[in-house]
Design a protein around this ligand. Structure first.
Ligand SMILES: [Zn+2]
Length: 433
């Protein structure tokens, strides 16, 4: 243990990470007020009390001193659209007009690999600036948009999940797959990118309204042929959309049931929104270990509805937080927590900050079946972490100086923090911003 390890680094700060969901477990987290995080070859070697761990440091390892700051695992955003980066904050009366007016014309530009690469670079910079080290990302229907995204992510050695959108009806001609071409291109992309370095592929039907029954059928078959890939789509976001799905699939019991019929409820399937579900739907989500991406800034912005935390928790559904940019209004998971808190309040629920930090870290990892790989500082996990500064703004400094316990400090970060609160972002043990 006393030999110099060239790829070993150590970081001293307050350290917080989770082993379980604090909503259901009293001993869900580890908190070290004067902590040390030891990283070797891009993986966590140890996280604990400085006083206990510093003597275990190999000789010659410099300790990066972040005292006064807080180290947590990198945030995980389980639902975001990188091609919508430039159209964030576009005004429209609801989801369907917003798609027609802004989203589709904007996504058209991603047939051009150069444009896609330029936006991917900005997008990843912005995520990292906000402390998000892993995201589940929608590209466009163009395979070039996926290649551009993964190439940029791979260059930075980030742990990202992404996929080509499948869409063969109810969309402009210029964004239209056929059922077969969409699946063929997805399969080529799976072979090229899935598990290449830290890249992971997600089969990505946009939502049931824009895929024909033939395409949904084939997407379900593809998911069965590649069971360790991810799957992502939208469900039950707003009432107009739910009514449209009912008209398109009159035999389905519910919107979620459409996906169920095609075998798309499964582990590693991420369903964005899940606002207008009923208990039978929630039961199916639980039985199949399908995960929910709660997207509060988007749901408020588009006026879609309020996610019901109480009903989801009553069923112990796997939950995670997501920005849903460009429907969402911030890349920051701290701002996402801020809005999640208010959405929960409107439903009569109190979301403690500890829970929100869990949802944005280990909750995301668990929802993606990536616990042990990312999401906390378990020994051997990939060393994706961020450094938060409680004095990042005058108001945050003033409030956190008066915080009497961990919950109060985290709550101040969640309600008052944003990208400014993130001092440093590390991915696989390397400083990336
Ligand atoms: Zn979305």
């Amino acid at each position: 243990m006393h030999r110099t390890t060239p790829n070993c680094q150590a970081y001293r700060a307050a350290i917080l990470h989770f082993h379980a969901d604090p909503a259901f477990d009293d001993k869900a987290y580890a908190w070290h007020e004067d902590g040390l995080l030891i990283v070797a070859d891009g993986h966590v070697q140890a996280a604990g009390e400085y006083a206990l761990l510093h003597s275990r440091l190999p000789e010659g390892v410099m300790v990066q001193d972040y005292r006064g700051k807080l180290i947590v695992p990198g945030f995980i955003d389980t639902h975001i659209h990188y091609p919508q980066t430039e159209m964030i904050a576009s005004p429209a009366p609801g989801l369907l007009p917003w798609l027609q007016t802004y989203t589709f014309p904007n996504e058209r530009k991603f047939a051009d690999a150069e444009h896609a690469g330029e936006v991917a670079r900005f997008f990843l910079d912005e995520l990292l600036r906000c402390g998000t080290t892993t995201a589940m990302v929608y590209c466009t229907v163009h395979p070039a948009s996926v290649d551009a995204f993964f190439a940029e992510s791979e260059k930075r050695q980030l742990r990202m999940v992404a996929g080509k959108v499948l869409m063969d009806r109810h969309c402009p001609e210029f964004l239209c797959d056929t059922a077969e071409s969409g699946i063929r291109e997805s399969e080529e992309l799976i072979r090229k990118w899935h598990k290449r370095g830290r890249q992971l592929y997600a089969i990505t039907p946009r939502f049931a309204a824009t895929s024909s029954e033939a395409q949904l059928q084939l997407a379900g078959e593809l998911a069965r042929a590649y069971p360790d890939t991810f799957l992502q789509t939208h469900v039950a976001e707003n009432t107009d959309e739910v009514a449209w799905i009912k008209a398109l699939f009159p035999d389905a019991r519910s919107y979620l049931d459409v996906y169920d019929r095609y075998g798309m409820l499964r582990p590693r399937a991420m369903y964005a929104h899940c606002i207008w579900l009923d208990d039978r739907d929630r039961e199916r989500m639980r039985e199949t270990q399908s995960a929910t991406a709660v997207c509060p800034t988007s749901n408020l912005f588009l006026g879609s509805g309020l996610f019901d935390f109480a009903k989801a928790d009553a069923m112990r559904l796997p939950l995670s937080l997501a920005s849903d940019v460009g429907g969402g209004t911030s890349f920051s998971m701290l701002q996402t927590m801020n809005e999640a808190y208010k959405v929960a309040r409107m439903g009569g629920t109190h979301l403690p900050a500890l829970r929100m930090f869990y949802l944005a870290t280990l909750g995301g990892a668990r929802s993606m079946q990536l616990e042990g790989t990312i999401g906390n500082f378990a020994t051997g996990a990939e060393a994706d972490f961020i450094v938060l500064d409680p004095q990042a703004t005058p108001l945050l400094a003033r409030r956190t100086a008066r915080a009497e316990n961990l919950e109060e400090m985290l709550f101040a970060f969640a309600l008052l923090g944003d990208d400014r609160a993130v001092t440093a972002t590390y991915s696989a043990g390397k400083l990336v911003i």
